[in-house]
Ligand binder design. Structure first.
Ligand code: SPQ
Length: 449
């Protein structure tokens, strides 16, 4: 039998991975755990750094994105113990106490680090900060946070009128606003709420549909005065706040579990249990979409862990059918659309995904990249301005594909390769480490290597 996975290092630190499907009928089997939730990991490091006293974090994601967040806070004088998934200790200095860094802060590939951090930095009166990121992050739009922060009185400069990193921030005393966000974005909402922490009065953000609510939950747990109006999708924070260090338990990331849910559904003969996955309702759009497609996914052992709902997810091989995904469901599964596109390729009939234009400004243009790379393997996908139209049922054939340095694309193509004939060669596969450093180890484990 040919080994399903062969890795080979190539030039300039890029990794090429070759994946062949498992032997027919063997399927994917076993119990696995996914790494800590990326969104919660960032927020635990951030709130721990600006709260008074020690915060202990269990289950932190050790991916490159949270490493960037930790490095930024260390550069501003916060003591953070070595990152590990058992226990990380953050010695918070309290609100407004970050030191002016002597170097440019580097958010790496992480939009969450840069956008949330801007709210914290802009509200540090009298301090000057500069922040940048990698090539992908320097091309992502920042006006969505720079504009409302400007209305609060912030001073932020950058390329193209302050819309692109690198950005320079002169911390100021800000004024509260009621911001009507044109997009459902947890990064926009969280940035404004974090700026509101140090701002006297009530700062409110209203969004057109509910985005992930991890900031709201964690700010309340750290002691902020925060109210939520579910009818209008509005959140109000009253400043100045006092945050106190907490113990945070980070559940497994449903966005990482999504790869195994789709793998288990499409590879014949599979039965997989994914343990300890966060099932916060603002993140479970993937479960609803897979249900619409006829996937057999069961939630077992549902429980609450440190204020976040958690469950074990069991998936079995399923006959998938096409469906329509749009509207308010989109913000609740935005990061899972590349892997949902893979599911749709193996479904019968047509799947249409709309209202997802945001995908064009993620780590890559995820609409263009997932369509072009899966089409190279033989799929029938048409790009829409705000989504994808996928005609399922055409068999995939392994070929050369490229992650375009996007972690979610690298992993989605790896799962597609499990159900393609022959070998799929994935270039720039190292991108997976942004959110899932041991992705390939788990892939080997469930392919019984
Ligand atoms: O942090 P980053 O780079 O923006 O990461 C992504 C991802 O796929 O991991 C998006 F590309 O997740 C975002 C997500 O899309 C993480 C996030 C958060 O933690 O607040 C919110 C979402 O972004 P947005 O723009 O909808 O607020």
């Amino acid at each position: 039998m040919l080994a399903p996975i062969v890795m080979s290092e190539i030039t300039e630190d890029h990794q090429t991975v070759t994946i062949r499907p498992p032997e027919l009928g063997l399927g994917l089997q076993g119990r696995i755990q996914v790494p800590g939730d990326k969104s919660i990991s960032h927020r635990a490091l951030m709130l721990g750094s600006i709260a008074q006293g020690e915060t202990q974090i269990e289950g932190l994601l050790l991916g490159e994105d949270p490493q960037s967040t930790a490095a930024c806070f260390r550069a501003m004088g916060i003591e953070i113990s070595a990152l590990n998934s058992q226990q990380v200790r953050v010695q918070g200095l309290g609100l407004g106490q970050l030191q002016e860094p002597s170097e440019v802060l580097d958010a790496g590939n992480s939009g969450t680090t840069l956008r949330l951090m801007l709210g914290i930095l802009a509200s540090h009166p009298g301090r000057f900060f500069a922040i940048t990121g990698d090539r992908s992050l320097r091309s992502r739009p920042m006006s969505r946070v720079v504009d409302p922060l400007g209305t609060m009185g912030a001073s932020i400069w950058g390329r193209k009128g302050g819309t692109l990193a690198p950005l320079a921030v002169q911390g100021k005393v800000l004024r509260p606003i009621h911001y009507q966000s044109p997009i459902a974005s947890a990064q926009v909402k969280s940035c404004i709420l974090l700026a509101g922490l140090m701002t006297e009065g009530k700062t409110t953000v209203t969004e057109p549909a509910l985005s992930r609510d991890h900031s709201e939950r964690m700010l309340q747990a750290f002691g902020a005065e925060l109210s939520v109006d579910p009818e209008t999708h509005s959140v109000t924070i009253t400043g100045p706040a006092t945050l106190r260090g907490q113990s945070v338990v980070v559940p497994g990331d449903i966005s990482s579990a999504a790869f195994w849910l789709v793998a288990g559904a499409i590879v014949p003969g599979s039965n997989l249990l994914i343990e300890n996955v966060g099932v916060n309702p603002t993140r479970t759009g993937i479960l609803e979409a897979l249900d619409l497609m006829g996937a057999q996914v069961a939630l077992e052992n549902q429980r609450l862990v440190a204020g976040e709902p958690v469950a074990d997810l069991r998936v079995q091989t399923s006959a998938l059918k096409g469906c329509e995904i749009q509207g308010d469901l989109i913000p609740r599964l935005i990061d899972e659309i590349p892997i949902l596109a893979v599911a749709a390729v193996f479904a019968t009939g047509k799947t249409t995904i709309r209202d997802a234009a945001e995908l064009r400004v993620k780590e890559s243009d995820r609409i263009a990249v997932i369509a072009s790379q899966l089409n190279r393997m033989g799929a029938t996908i048409t790009e829409l301005p705000d989504g994808l139209e996928i005609i399922g049922g055409t068999p995939l054939v392994g070929t050369d594909v490229d992650s375009c340095t996007d972690h979610r694309i690298a992993m989605s193509l790896s799962i597609a390769a499990l159900n393609a004939s022959g070998a799929t060669i994935i270039h720039r596969a190292e991108a997976a480490a942004v959110s899932y450093p041991n992705f390939l180890d788990t892939l080997r484990e469930i392919c019984k290597l």
